[in-house]
Ligand binder design. Structure first.
Ligand SMILES: [Zn+2]
Length: 319
């Protein structure tokens, strides 16, 4: 893969190509935007383009060849001067940060630019983030740290302010579909696209049937004021609220347009008592959106569950 094969992120890529063209790259960057839209892929291919042994001159700007020893070793995560820290939903610990700080303090073995990519950087714990501050402030020469985050507001201000932020955005439906098309079963793609909301990585990695079933089970419990099946963690809260907003929005659109495909897709997920009234659904949508926007403030799970439950039932009683 190369930078030019990344779809739908023209603004972010324009910034990256501009840096490569002028050979002016900041020492710390933050790739920010929703999960599953290409931030990590862009970071890896930026590292490849910076160190490629046979760089290509494309119409967009310099790009990696994807074939030389440097490009292949970065893809295989075996390059000695390019390291990716990826912790998934686990906390990134101070030991992992110390390891990369030590790596940056030594002379590069092969690379022109040493690159550290920290995926899910919002998982940096406080100690790890503090340990990083000095490196971000006084970076070693020819080094680049790229923080990749789907929740950049969760990063300490002191870290965020030391990075140049490049924003990534969800993809338009046709491009999202194009990206997912060769990695998915064709039979699943339409339903998966509806749930993914412009995030092809989410469409490819998730099982939409299981996701919808999980969403419905929690919704039914919520409407019955049950609490036993509440979300396990913040990621589940975010995923459930995303799906709830999509469900509410689609019911509103279907009520206005009479779209039978939308009605049929969500047929089991209209909460009992909630009529497809566009005005009420719009109010419910904005309430859910507001709650989602507060997730980064470490909302208490059970209080949030009870609050979401109450607004769902309140809107159902109004319709
Ligand atoms: Zn190359």
């Amino acid at each position: 893969m190369s930078l030019s094969s990344i779809k739908g992120q023209d603004k972010a890529l324009k910034i990256i190509y501009g840096m490569l063209t002028c050979s002016r790259v900041p020492s710390a960057m933050l790739f920010a935007g929703d999960s599953g839209i290409g931030k990590r892929t862009a970071a890896i291919n930026f590292a490849k383009a910076l160190n490629c042994q046979k760089p290509l001159n494309t119409i967009f700007g310099p790009d990696c060849c994807d074939e030389c020893a440097s490009c292949r070793s970065i893809d295989a995560a075996t390059h000695p001067d390019v390291k990716i820290i990826s912790s998934g939903t686990e906390e990134i610990k101070i030991e992992q940060v110390r390891e990369v700080i030590e790596m940056l303090s030594m002379k590069a073995l092969l690379a022109r630019s040493r690159v550290i990519i920290i995926d899910n950087a919002e998982q940096l714990n406080n100690h790890a983030a503090n340990a990083f501050l000095k490196t971000l402030e006084e970076p070693p020469e020819d080094s680049l740290v790229i923080l990749v985050s789907g929740a950049p507001d969760s990063l300490p201000d002191t870290v965020r302010s030391r990075c140049m932020t490049v924003r990534f955005y969800p993809l338009p439906p046709d491009i999202c579909r194009e990206v997912a098309l060769d990695k998915m079963d064709l039979a699943d793609i339409d339903a998966a696209m509806m749930l993914a909301m412009g995030r092809p990585g989410i469409a490819i990695s998730s099982n939409y049937a299981e996701d919808i079933s999980w969403f419905n089970e929690l919704l039914i419990d919520m409407m019955k004021c049950e609490t036993k099946a509440a979300w396990q963690d913040k990621n589940e809260m975010r995923q459930w609220l995303d799906t709830a907003m999509l469900m509410v929005r689609d019911h509103a659109v279907a009520a206005i347009t009479g779209d039978e495909a939308l009605k049929s897709f969500w047929k089991d997920a209209l909460p009992k008592g909630l009529k497809p009234n566009p005005e009420i659904l719009a109010r419910l949508f904005f309430s859910l959106q507001y709650i989602k926007s507060r997730l980064d403030f470490n909302l208490n799970k059970s209080i949030t569950w009870n609050y979401v439950s109450s607004i769902m039932r309140m809107h159902a009683s109004r319709s």
